[in-house]
Design a protein around this ligand. Structure first.
Ligand SMILES: C[S@@+](CC[C@H](N)C(=O)[O-])C[C@H]1O[C@@H](n2cnc3c(N)ncnc32)[C@H](O)[C@@H]1O
Length: 295
């Protein structure tokens, strides 16, 4: 299985307060379908007694996913490696049954056989997969589930109000320039992969026979070119990594390529020009069986 960022790199990324706050203010909320996806998977499983439904949200960041799920469990713990992100989580989620905790590695600070569900909201790719899966195996109750959720602005769906087909030249160019931005930021392959191929490599490497992966929601979001540049700058890799070409700011390259998509479609544009992007949300779920297993 492909490599991963070291924990200290990730802490550097998300621990900078400027990155944590930009990330939190710009990244979209999780849609309610996340709850349904989790509830459906749990319904098929033996439920522990009332008052014992415990959820662990790993890489909880500012608590966006934790907040969507908080009412479906009796106790919730969100853990993260970044103190800045956790400070935000504590502000955003005030429900007394939800606690947050700082962690330093991929060991899970939870008792064995105590957990109904473990969730990761675009954080699974940061973890050491074998260590993390062994830990999930240890803490989950029989039939408990591990769900990892991921999303990305995968498709450009309209330019100045003109609808754009899914596999049109414009949409493919959008995917290309999004990926090019990540490459120009020097983001390593595993982190980069999360947005466009939606965890494909990670998912394929899981040998757990119960695994299933499905798209759970799509949301069209309206952006101006300027707002999209703000979104791109909230991707932690933009602020912290060494650019592939230090003389070229990846955000400027992205801006020029985006403007070229409009111009080639015969549309005049400036930083206030509007377009729509479709965020696609997927869930990958595995159930505790004899072992979680990876290739
Ligand atoms: C892309 S953010 C997602 C935050 C949140 N789950 C959400 O959906 O908004 C990834 C989070 O994973 C955290 N993280 C990275 N490595 C971690 C580790 N080894 N253990 C716990 N959290 C980690 C980062 O600090 C960051 O807050």
């Amino acid at each position: 299985m492909a490599g991963r960022n070291s924990n200290s790199d990730v802490r550097n990324d998300f621990d900078r307060e400027d990155i944590a706050s930009v990330y939190e203010s710009i990244q979209p909320e999780w849609p309610h379908e996340v709850r349904h996806a989790l509830a459906e998977s749990l319904d098929q499983n033996p439920s522990p007694g009332d008052g014992h439904r415990f959820l662990l949200d790993v890489g909880c960041g500012g608590g966006k996913l934790t907040k969507v799920l908080e009412n479906d469990f009796d106790h919730v713990l969100g853990i993260d490696i970044s103190e800045s992100m956790l400070k935000m989580a504590e502000k955003n989620v005030t429900n007394p049954k939800v606690k947050f905790q700082l962690v330093y590695d991929d060991k899970l600070p939870v008792e064995s056989s105590s957990t109904v569900a473990v969730t990761c909201g675009i954080s699974f790719h940061y973890l050491n997969t074998p260590v993390f899966l062994a830990e999930c195996d240890r803490i989950l109750v029989e039939g408990g589930i591990l769900a990892f959720f991921v999303f990305g602005p995968n498709v450009i769906s309209s330019l100045q109000g003109t609808p754009i087909a899914n596999y049109s030249a414009e949409s493919l160019r959008w995917q290309h320039i999004y990926r090019e931005f990540q490459i120009n930021c020097g983001m390593d392959e595993v982190v980069r992969e999360t947005h466009l191929t939606r965890y494909e490599a990670i998912y394929n490497a899981l040998t757990n026979p119960t695994k299933h992966w499905r798209q759970i929601a799509k949301r069209d979001v309206k952006y101006t070119i300027k707002k999209m540049l703000d979104y791109m700058s909230s991707i932690a890799g933009y602020r912290t990594k060494t650019y592939l070409d230090p003389t070229k700011d990846p955000l400027n390259v992205f801006r020029e390529s985006l403007i070229a998509i409009f111009r080639d479609a015969g549309l005049e544009c400036n930083d206030d020009t509007e377009f729509k992007v479709t965020f696609e949300y997927s869930a990958m779920v595995i159930k505790k069986t004899k072992h979680f297993g990876i290739a």
